[in-house]
Design a protein around this ligand. Sequence first.
Ligand SMILES: NC(=O)c1ccc[n+]([C@@H]2O[C@H](COP(=O)([O-])OP(=O)(O)OC[C@H]3O[C@@H](n4cnc5c(N)ncnc54)[C@H](OP(=O)(O)O)[C@@H]3O)[C@@H](O)[C@H]2O)c1
Length: 278
Amino acid sequence: MMSSAPQQLAPITIITGGSEGIGKALAFEFAQGGLDLLLVARSQQRLDKTARQISTTHDVKVLTLKCCLADEDSGSKIAAFLKKQNHYCQNLVNNAGFGLAGDFAQHDEAAIRDLVNLNVRALTDLSRQFLPDMLARNGGGILNIASMGGFLPGPYQAAYYASKAYVISLTKALSWETWGTDVQISVLAPGPVKTRFHARMGARSELYVKSGAGISASKAARMGYSGFMCGKCLIIPGILSQLGAVALKIIPHDLLMPFMAWFLRARTQRNPKNGNRS
Ligand SMILES: NC(=O)c1ccc[n+]([C@@H]2O[C@H](COP(=O)([O-])OP(=O)(O)OC[C@H]3O[C@@H](n4cnc5c(N)ncnc54)[C@H](OP(=O)(O)O)[C@@H]3O)[C@@H](O)[C@H]2O)c1
């Protein structure tokens, strides 16, 4: 009787929230680098559209998985999908995330739980799930998407800013722990980026939105991808954000809080929001 040989697993780059915004732009960058992709998000329609766009311009395989990462079992769902498709996770891009604008005390409790589940728990679980195999293979890596908001407290976006502080702290620590290996651990911390992210969290009349400041998703992704590939741990795209990051290291945060509150506070009444529940 013939014994069936174990199936050779092929490498793939997982991009959470890869259907639009920064995640979609990152997907194009990794595809440009010739890497096969697994895009994970909740809307199958938008995933399919992005996968089609990438496949028509780049000769890579693009798989999609409809999955809500705020759900507890999302990690095992992704692992089962990879196994079924005979892939292993070469690179993990923890990009999916959302914000909540307004007074913390008035947010829907379930929305705050979803935010922590997506921005913190899912990112942590997926990193823990795939990092040991990356270390065993001594290759690949993790690119986490934080924000400049992770460098200081953000009144009126309190939970979001705090979640991104966690992402920066975790990534820097993992980068230290994996030093001396060929596994790359990076964090991308952009300032405002022009995507649907801000409208989704109900931020419309805030000064930072009205000022129109921000870089394109493709610029953020280009710098994120090249920084990751070049072995940078902390990647801050754009000269203004880089200068801002230096200022944030020098100026005491207590002095900056009134300015941040002024910048992030809504100028008009906001409709109650329900987080990013689809
Ligand atoms: N835009 C900015 O100014 C900015 C600045 C700094 C950092 N960031 C960070 O960059 C990352 C991407 O932001 P973006 O501006 O590209 O946001 P975006 O345009 O709103 O895109 C978010 C992506 O995440 C997916 N997603 C949202 N909730 C999900 C869930 N529960 N499960 C699975 N997928 C989910 C979305 O697809 P579905 O809705 O179909 O699930 C979409 O693909 C976030 O972590 C954000 O915090 C953004």
